[in-house]
Design a protein. Structure first.
Length: 231
């Protein structure tokens, strides 16, 4: 299993390796250019860029975090002043590593790590394709072949048409709703219905006549009925 293999040990103990990287970062930020081996340059690069990012924050907490790594207060002042202003618009990528060959003696690959001093260039725009040339048979006419045109051409005055006034529309009265015709009853049932109505009218008339009679008339009628029964 790949335990304890993250990073590079650089053939040193953890304390020794930590002290070496702190010295390299301090020298890089002071002189802005350090010559070392490729492996050491790759290990110093992220640490140096983190210190510059702390300088761009410009607060007390970030300053104390930078002093925990950088060994000189003067270098920290430079980081929070000059370098923070230089890289204010650049979102990372403050260093550059350039390989310069091999070292005499042990033949170790060497490189130079330095701070970038160039200004951040704006993003490139999309390249526009050049216009296609016409075929040899269809070349555009030259200036000599074009007809002579007058220098000044007066614009043609166009008369504006007056807006036509439309007569107001007459309001039409709302349409009346059509009445639905009432259904007619069949002929056979009409006579039966009329007879029922006549009987009902007779019954109502008789009831009204009874109510209209006075009390003496009712008594006389009652006596007549008794006599008729006795007879």
């Amino acid at each position: 299993m790949r335990h304890r293999v993250k990073g590079r040990s650089l053939s040193r103990s953890p304390a020794h390796r930590r002290a070496m990287l702190r010295n390299l970062v301090t020298s890089l930020l002071r002189h802005e250019r350090v010559e070392t081996t490729n492996i050491k340059a790759k290990e110093v690069r992220p640490l140096a860029e983190k210190i510059i990012t702390l300088g761009k924050r410009r607060n007390l907490h970030a300053r104390r975090q930078a002093l925990a790594v950088v060994r000189s207060k003067d270098v920290v002042e430079k980081v929070f002043g000059e370098l923070a202003d230089r890289y204010d618009d650049r979102p990372g990528g403050y260093t550059r590593i350039t390989k310069i060959g091999y070292r005499h003696g042990d033949n170790a690959p060497l490189s130079v790590i330095e701070l970038i001093k160039d200004k951040l260039k704006p993003s490139r725009k999309a390249k526009t394709r050049p216009k296609a040339k016409p075929p040899p048979g269809k070349e555009p006419p030259s200036e000599k072949e074009l007809p002579d045109m007058p220098d000044e051409v007066k614009p043609v005055e166009t008369k504006k048409k007056a807006p036509s006034k439309k007569a107001p529309k007459e309001k039409t009265p709302p349409k009346e709703a059509k009445k639905k015709p009432t259904p007619k009853a069949p002929k056979g049932k009409v006579k039966a219905g009329e007879e029922v109505k006549k009987k009902e009218e007779k019954a109502t008339k008789e009831e009204k006549d009874k109510k209209a009679q006075t009390p003496p008339q009712k008594k006389e009628d009652a006596k007549k009925t008794k006599k008729e029964k006795s007879d």
